[in-house]
Structures are given as C-alpha cells and as structure tokens.
Design a protein around this ligand. Structure first.
Ligand code: ZN
Length: 235
C-alpha cells in the first residue's frame, strides 16, 4: 500500500473488531478531516474498511477527545497506562465488548478528577485481568477451593488467596487490609469501586501486587507507570 509522509497509522481499540491498526490517509495535515479523530486518547465512531494489508480509515466522529489528559503529567501517564494495558493484554482483532466498556468508563472517571487515581487504576487492572481470563479468586482457596474469609498469602500461579492449610509458593504475602480491598474492588462495579478509602501503605502494597499479576500473565510489562515513578522519585 502507498504510505505517504502525511499518512498516519493509528491504533484503535474498538467494540466490534477489538484491537486494530488502521491507516488514515493525509491525517498529519492540520486541515485533514482525520486530524482530530486520530489524536491520542480520542474516543469516537470510526468507519474502517479492510485493505490488502491493514484497515483503512474512511470516516470518524469524535465523541470525547480526552485531550485534557495531555495538560497534566499524572493524567497523561495514567491514560497512557490504561491504553497500554489493553495493548499488552489483547491480541489483534479479538472483540471484547465488556473490556471496551470498562476502558471507556475508566477514561471518563479519570477525566472527572473526582476519584482516587490509584484505586481507579487498581480496579481497572482487576477488570482487565478478569476479562482476559485471569480472574483472581478472593472467596475460595486457589488450591483446595475451600471457602476463605481472608488470607495472608496470594498466589500468582493459582490466581487467588491461599488457605492456612495449603502450601504457599509462587505468590506473595499480603496484608489483611490489602486482601480485603482487592476483594472489595473485584466485586464492585467500576463506577462504585473507587469510593473506598485506602491508606498510602496499602495502596503501595496493592500496586506492587497488581504489577506482579500483570507481569506474570502478559508477555510484556507496561512501561508508562514506571516512567512516572521515576520522575516522582526525582522530585
Ligand atoms: Zn487450600
């Protein structure tokens, strides 16, 4: 296919087609009808058709541009991370409408600035794991399936808490409050989950644990959050 210097390859996560890349002819020109709908984070309605080697964008209409994310380093990083997690957890052209809805809701919640970003991201991570086949079980022991109220150990291999009787390996020690917060977040709809109050210490623990789950299940590790940590440590 002809690919000119003003053409742009865009990465789209769609409800119908899943994750696809498409070429937008002439989109780099300011006056192009594709200019605004191919900006990062843009949420819209797109019409694509299949070319020989990739999709070709023919129409697009912005629903919400989310360009406000670009004016703040925190929201820029979190929004990038939200997209990056889709990129690493999904294969191309596999539709996942539930995950699509969750991603869009998460971006709107981030935009509202009325929620705790850390808790929003953890809830999102739990949802991504859940909707890509890696749901974590907080109600039964991951090994013997006995009912558990809580646990001080969470297994990355068995995707859940481990009871006091079963062997503990391939996982991490977890504090009671952290276990309870994860259990709560995984059982609540996204729109309600972030209302919980969590101490900074537990937040740090949850972040570390969720990063472990993500890095053990997907082939790549997200880079966007690490960058922000690095910048903040230097402040
Ligand atoms: Zn057990």
């Amino acid at each position: 296919m002809d690919y000119g210097e003003n053409d742009k390859i865009v990465w789209l996560f769609t409800d119908k087609l899943g994750k696809v890349s498409a070429i937008a002819k002439g989109a780099k020109k300011n006056k192009s009808k594709y200019f605004s709908i191919t900006l990062p984070f843009c949420y819209g309605e797109y019409t694509v058709f299949k070319g020989k080697s990739m999709y070709i964008l023919s129409e697009g209409k912005t629903i919400e541009s989310f360009q406000g994310f670009l004016s703040d380093l925190d929201t820029l990083t979190y929004a990038s991370y939200i997209c990056e997690l889709i990129d690493i957890s999904m294969v191309d052209e596999e539709s996942n409408r539930e995950l699509f809805k969750i991603m869009v809701s998460t971006l709107y919640l981030l935009k509202s600035r009325a929620v705790d970003d850390e808790i929003l991201l953890r809830t999102y991570e739990l949802n991504v794991l859940n909707h890509t086949g890696y749901a974590i079980n907080f109600n039964e022991c991951g090994i013997c399936r006995r009912k558990i109220e809580g646990s001080n150990y969470i297994s990355f291999q068995y995707y859940g808490g481990i009871c006091s009787e079963c062997p503990k390996s391939m996982g991490s020690v977890i504090s009671r409050p952290a276990f309870n917060v994860l259990k709560y977040l995984s059982s609540m709809p996204l729109e309600k989950a972030y209302r919980i109050n969590v101490s900074d210490e537990v937040k740090r623990e949850l972040k570390r644990l969720m990063q472990m789950f993500i890095s053990t299940n997907y082939s790549r590790v997200p880079k966007s959050l690490q960058m922000l940590d690095f910048i903040k440590e230097g402040e």
